[in-house]
Design a protein around this ligand. Structure first.
Ligand SMILES: [Zn+2]
Length: 385
C-alpha cells in the first residue's frame, strides 16, 4: 500500500514488545531497532567524520534549526553529505530547539533544507508540549503540529516524512493519532513521539503529568494501538534505550556523544557515565569496569592503553568518542541479536541491573506481564533488582 509519507515498515521478529524490523524510506532501508547519532554544530568535520566512520555507524541526525542558523560556511552541510553516502540521515526540524528562543521556523524553510540535503527521513516541524502549561495551551500546540503535517505533505514531492505526535495522556495521544490517521487516510506506518524525554529527566513540571512511569505507559499504549507502526522516540539514547526498546520503541536518538567525550566521559554497556581520573563529585571507573574496558574491541581500545584516554588533549577526546560511539552502535547489534533469539528480556535485565533505570524496568515488566506479553514476571527479578 502506498503512503503519503513514503515510509514503509516491516516487522520481523517480536520478543515481548521488543521487535526487529526494517524501515523502507524513499532512499534506503534501515534495520531496527536503531540509534541515530546526533551531529554537533560546533565540533569540527574531521572529528565527527572519523568517529562515525571508523565505527560503521548506521544512522546519524542533524537538525534544520542548527543548520539554518549556524552553518555560515557550509561545513555542516558538507559533513552531512559525506556521511550520508554511507549512513542513513534523519533531519529533525529543530522545533524543540526553537521552543525556548524567539526564532520561528516555517514548514517551507525546514522542508527546503531537508530536500536540499536529501535526508532519508525528514521530520516534520512540530511543537513540543510543556508539562507546566495548561491543557488548552498544549492542545493548541498539538493542533499546530497537525497543521504543519498537512502543509509539508502538500509540498512534498519525494522525501519520507515522519509525523510527530505528542501527548501526556491517552486522550491527547488518541486525538493526535486519530488526526494523523485522518490526514494520511490510514494508520501511520511510522511515527515519532516527542515530549517524553523531559519526563525521564525529571524536569520541572514532569511530576504533574505522571513523571517517568508516564513514559513507559505512553510507549506501551502507542505500541498496543499501532502494533505495525515504526516508532521513533526523540532524544532517548544512552542507557534508557534498553528500557524503551523493551516497551516497543524501534528507534531513538543519541545526541550527547561529542560533548560527553569532551567532558571526559567513558561509557560502558548498561553503565551510566564514568570518568577515568578521580575528581570530586564524579563517578570514576571501578576496577571491574576497568577490566571490562580492557576487553573492549573498539578501534580505540584495541590500539591504546587506558592512560591515552585520560587527558584533555584532542587525541584523548577522539579516543573517548570512538569508544563511546562503538559501545552504543554495537549494543544495537546485540539488541537485534537477542530479540531474534528471543532472549531480549534477560538481556535488558542483565544490562540494567546496576542502573538507575532498574526500578523503572521492573515497573515496565509488570505492565507487560499484565498485558500478556510474558506469562509471568521476570523469574530472576529479585536477584537483579
Ligand atoms: Zn573501547
Amino acid at each position: 500500500m502506498g503512503s503519503r509519507i513514503q515510509l514503509y515498515f516491516t516487522k520481523y521478529k517480536q520478543d515481548g514488545f521488543a521487535r526487529t524490523g526494517s524501515l523502507k524510506t524513499w532512499r534506503r532501508e534501515i534495520s531496527t531497532p536503531t540509534i541515530w547519532f546526533g551531529l554537533s554544530v560546533i565540533e569540527r568535520y574531521d572529528f565527527q567524520h572519523t568517529v562515525l566512520s571508523v565505527n560503521n555507524a548506521e544512522c546519524f541526525l542533524a537538525n534544520a534549526y542548527d543548520l539554518l542558523s549556524q552553518d555560515k560556511n557550509g561545513e555542516r552541510r558538507r559533513l552531512i553529505r559525506d556521511l550520508a553516502t554511507k549512513m542513513c540521515f534523519k533531519c529533525d526540524s529543530g522545533g524543540f530547539q526553537t521552543t525556548k528562543r524567539e526564532t520561528k521556523l516555517t514548514v517551507k524553510q525546514v522542508y527546503s533544507l531537508q530536500r536540499e540535503l536529501e535526508c532519508d527521513i525528514a521530520v516534520q516541524l512540530d511543537f513540543p508540549l510543556n508539562p507546566q502549561a495548561s491543557r488548552e495551551s498544549n492542545r493548541t500546540k498539538i493542533d499546530r503540529t497537525l497543521k504543519n503535517l498537512e502543509e509539508v505533505l502538500a509540498i512534498n514531492d519525494k522525501l519520507s516524512i515522519l509525523p510527530v505526535i505528542h501527548g501526556y495522556d491517552k486522550k491527547m495521544l488518541d486525538y493526535a493519532l486519530r488526526k494523523v490517521g485522518d490526514i494520511l487516510g490510514h494508520d501511520p506506518p511510522a511515527v515519532g513521539v516527542g515530549s517524553l524525554v523531559p519526563l525521564l529527566m525529571t524536569s520541572k513540571g514532569s511530576g504533574r503529568v505522571g513523571g517517568k512511569r508516564r513514559v513507559i505507559d505512553t510507549l506501551i499504549y502507542i505500541r498496543q494501538k499501532l502494533p505495525e507502526t515504526f516508532l521513533h522516540v526523540f532524544g532517548a539514547g544512552g542507557t534508557m534505550a534498553y528500557l524503551i526498546t523493551f516497551c516497543g520503541a524501534d528507534s531513538f536518538d543519541y545526541v550527547g556523544w561529542v560533548q560527553k567525550a569532551g567532558y571526559g566521559v567513558i561509557q560502558l554497556p548498561g553503565v551510566s557515565d564514568r570518568f577515568i581520573s578521580k575528581r570530586k563529585k564524579r563517578k570514576t571507573l571501578s576496577e571491574e569496569e576497568k577490566k571490562k574496558l580492557l576487553e573492549c574491541a573498539c578501534p580505540a581500545c584495541r590500539q591504546y592503553s587506558l592512560s591515552a584516554f585520560q587527558d584533555r588533549s584532542s587525541h584523548a577526546r577522539l579516543l573517548r568518542a570512538i569508544h563511546n560511539v562503538y559501545v552504543y552502535q554495537t549494543e544495537i547489534w546485540r539488541i537485534r541479536e537477542s530479540i531474534k533469539e528471543g532472549t531480549f528480556r534477560e538481556f535488558v535485565f542483565e544490562r540494567l541491573k546496576n542502573s538507575v533505570w532498574a526500578p523503572l524496568l521492573r515497573y515496565a515488566d509488570t505492565q507487560l506481564v499484565r498485558l500478556g506479553a510474558y506469562p509471568s514476571r521476570y523469574k530472576k527479578i529479585d536477584a537483579y533488582i
